[in-house]
Write a protein that binds this ligand. Sequence first.
Ligand code: SF4
Ligand code: SF4
Ligand code: SF4
Ligand code: FES
Length: 948
Amino acid sequence: MSLIAETDYGTRASKSETMVTLSIDGVSVTVPEGSSVMRAAMEMGTQIPKLCATDSLDAFGSCRLCLVEIEGRPGTPASCTTPVAPGMKVTTQNQRLAKLRKGVMELYISDHPLDCLTCPANGNCELQDMAGAVGLREVRYGYEGQNHLKQKKDESNPYFTFDASKCIVCSRCVRACEETQGTFALTIQARGFDSKVSAGMAEKFLDSECVSCGACVQACPTATLMEKTVIEIGQPEHSVVTTCAYCGVGCSFKAEMRGEELVRMVPYKDGEANRGHSCVKGRFAWGYAQHRERIVKPMIRESINLPWREVSWEEAIAYTASEFKRIQAKYGRGSIGGITSSRCTNEETYLVQKLIRGGFGNNNVDTCARVCHSPTGYGLSKTYGTSAGTQNFDSVEHTDVAVVIGANPVSAHPVFASRLKKRLRQGAKLIVIDPRRTEMVKSPHIEAAYHLALRPGTNAAILNALAHVIVTEGLQNEAFIRERCDMDAFQHWVDFVVRPENSPEAVAAISGVPAETIRGAARLYATGGNGAIYYGLGVTEHSQGTTTVMAIANLAMLTGNIGRKGVGVNPLRGQNNVQGACDMGSFPHELPGYRHLSDDATRSIFEDLWGRELDPEPGLRIPNMLDAAVDGSFKGIYVQGEDIVQSDPNTQHVAAGLKAMECVVVQDLFLNETANYAHVFLPGSTFLEKDGTFTNAERRINRVRRVMTPRNGGYADWEITMLLSNAMGFPMTYRHPAEIMDEIARSTPGFAGVSYDYLDKMGSVQWPCNEKAPLGTPIVHVDGFVRGKGNFMITAYVPTDEKSTSRFPLLLTTGRILSQYNVGAQTRRTENVVWHDEDVLEVHPHDAEQRGIRDGAWVKLQSRAGETTLRAQITDRVAPGVVYTTFHHPNTQANVITTDFSDWATNCPEYKVTAVQIGLSNGPSDWQEEYREMAEKSRRIVNKDAAE
Ligand code: SF4
Ligand code: SF4
Ligand code: SF4
Ligand code: FES
């Protein structure tokens, strides 16, 4: 797929179903009511010159280049701001209009540097194009008078420049920042000749509120806002549509290339998850693919105390297979296992679980979803019958009340946050349930109607209290419940939820949220129109993660907020392909499509396909593998694209487990922290180097397309798994990931209609996609729940065992920030470090004062599990008694202090509640220094590049 410039229709498409017929230049054209004259002309192939208009923004009407004549109307109206009308007769071109347009362009050009030949936008500049389009050949005014040509360039942003001398003050950037991104970082200062674009209060971009989403850069019709890579490399000459490899929003991008060199990533207008928008990570933070620390040759070492030795692919694969076989011969079939990656494609994940089940002959496979959204899968399948969110992202455009619980989409799912904020600016109401005052609670033109700043660990109690209010005040949707839900389960649940311990007053004492706030929020959600719940890891990463997911599901059923646009239960999945990794059978008890291993019929489908008998017994989860390793019965692991030392709880335990193994194989881009304990390193490939699919939080299957040759000698991750499988004696012969998808479609009913050809034709589809739903399923549970009747589950609040005490009086909760991604392996190797080069501890001023801690001071953070040291940031974003940090940097390793407590149903770790104490410190803890030394030592390579 190769396209550079997408068609710009000038103004937005109208969604009206009423059609209007008019005549443009004597040609009859029929368009939806509400379309602009400019758009109608463009629909029939006539491009009216324009500068301030673009179809991603509301029409503004400032440049006066798009003038037309309309029969019976005086003057020359702007076609971008004039809506079509039945019978209208429009003239887009005649001598009068040409003269007017030329005059407008002449004024613009007379205050613009005439350096087109050396300008980075040369060949891709709307100003240049328009000068040509209106036939401007000379400029009568010289540069002697006042002009803007000597303005200074702002190069502070690591990814783009702002060259004010080239600005035509069309305001597209300002409007993009407001309408698309919702940050309001830009303004037009002053009036008339003096008017100019300004970031914040005339600050540098880097010092302003700008979050580097790139929307302004994309909207700019000149070289004023320009990607630095385009300035350095030149204009791209072809592009390939692919999918971002960071978060679960799954934004579509055009990878714009020169040969095999990536010039820039531009959000794809037809991408259905992002609708042409992006965040700083997907748009700009892709430089890690070429980072000098990337490992591109396989390596082996017999012991983790030895340095690495670069070897050929043949040797690395043969060594791994012989080690795994030796271990199984000595310790038994169940002594090895593997971890699939939510960063890899569906096809790659499918192959890893296939290798483990068919090649290793056991079910010791698990995935990082264990530590994030496993409660979502379990909780939603028990209540609704399917392990995924219910809506598409477009649905938010119909939401009247959004509940955001345990999620900070502004940081973790930024493009969805922009879409949600847009709906809120249109008047929808917002309820935030979060211990922190996140950016969702209050930001420009947005304020939550209710912020329930609950004590960490009390989600389930709060949700029960909301349900209590709705039931006791008779606000439930009786008709929906009677028609769609299991009435016995409902009645049983009502008896539970009306109990006094679930009343707002009782819950206020537990959660710290005033009873009236709980009541107000419950009434708003139940009566405010379409109610949609969006939630994140602040719901799942608790000892009651599954209970809370079920409580959310109950609440949506109770109010009838399921099965149509604007409503639903929407887990905001963390990693790009965490939904896909779960769908593809990454859990030890489930085959692809969430079918239990014990089901003979399902097992036989795969046994027939794979030619192997499958073990019907579920295998070990990640924590159980580590426990078994410490106990001496689990000896080898294949970890594809995960860094469990940094991402899993209780780092010491993870390290002890890995140390006890005889063969740890890490397949990744960099020597990550887990590789410190590895014996074999298999260099992985980036999303730019392979074909495949990712499935985002909406169940949307999006294509990932290879734009460059893998740097590791040419192997995509699926090919490496195949090499290993063949060496283990379990043959795999795929020639392309499309063939793997065909196998998935043959074996998994929800994917029966999916193929690469179909995805190329459709762009993307949301599963289930099969005979019953050939176009995919944007919204599930429309006519009935997948399980039949909706099942209300009892969700009694049980306080976590992790309690604050006089020794550990504060509660630590963890999360992410916008510029970094998870364990930071990718984003730390990009310019994004300018925004966040270390993890800090947020402390409320009251708690800081009590301990004599000043902003920026080193503090020791201690829990029952361990201690670490990091700098304090004093802020009232957190409530008194609560501290907060991120986990992006290995120097800090927040998970050194998180505990072994986990969700009762799924073992998802309780990251969000750890009882801690903090106190002043002189600097990093001893272990941090020792760890740094150990990690450095463990990265030595004796024969680096010896073969070259
Ligand atoms: S990069 Fe995004 S946030 Fe920054 S000014 Fe441009 S539109 Fe606004
Ligand atoms: S920076 Fe670009 S988009 Fe913004 S006003 Fe200037 S020319 Fe227009
Ligand atoms: S929102 Fe997520 S998927 Fe989209 S560009 Fe940002 S990181 Fe990538
Ligand atoms: S494009 Fe219509 S006024 Fe600028």
